[in-house]
Design a binder for this molecule. Structure first.
Ligand code: INI
Length: 156
């Protein structure tokens, strides 16, 4: 019989940090609301949650990595909204945010969750921040709970 290891969706005394970009705040504010509501519904005490505000998605990885390195958090949730414009700027911000978030996670062994929208239009972003295509903030928060409860099982 194989050994199956998986997390669950029950927050005990886990601690979470959320790093949220202020750029496109009308979208990221909804991602943050969704993430906080999800954490609370699964048993988190919001007093144990830290929200770090940064200028934009480009700055999310360094703040996430710094949070992860403190050892104070079981998971770090990244929330941002990168929306395509007329120049290649979008591609650089997306690339930095995505690879930076992954690097922060792998370098610290702390789950760093990716709730950064990368969309072609404002409407696509709004749809994914609670309008009609779910809320990526909620999804990232659920994944954070699952990973926070899984990691101790992996390390014995
Ligand atoms: N930051 C975002 O989070 N989303 C965007 O769509 C965006 N665009 O399009 O420019 C954006 N730019 C700002 C960037 O994240 C940095 O804050 C800025 O370059 C300063 O370092």
């Amino acid at each position: 019989m194989p050994t199956h290891l998986e997390g669950d969706l029950v927050v005990d005394d886990h601690r979470f940090a959320l790093v949220v970009g202020r750029f496109n705040e009308h979208v990221t504010g909804d991602l943050l609301d969704g993430a906080l509501d999800t954490l609370e519904r699964h048993g988190a005490h919001l007093d144990d949650v830290t929200v770090v505000h940064v200028p934009g998605s480009w700055e999310i990885p360094v703040a996430a990595q710094t949070c992860a390195r403190t050892g104070d958090y079981d998971a770090v949730i990244c929330l941002g909204a990168v929306i395509r414009g007329d120049t290649p700027h979008f591609d650089y911000v997306c690339s930095g945010a995505t690879s930076g978030a992954m690097q922060a996670s792998l370098d610290t062994d702390v789950p760093v969750l990716f709730g950064i929208l990368t969309t072609d239009t404002v409407d696509q972003a709004i749809a994914r921040a609670g309008a009609k295509a779910g809320n990526k903030g909620r999804e990232a928060a659920e994944a954070a709970i699952e990973m926070a409860t899984l990691m101790p099982k992996l390390s014995g």
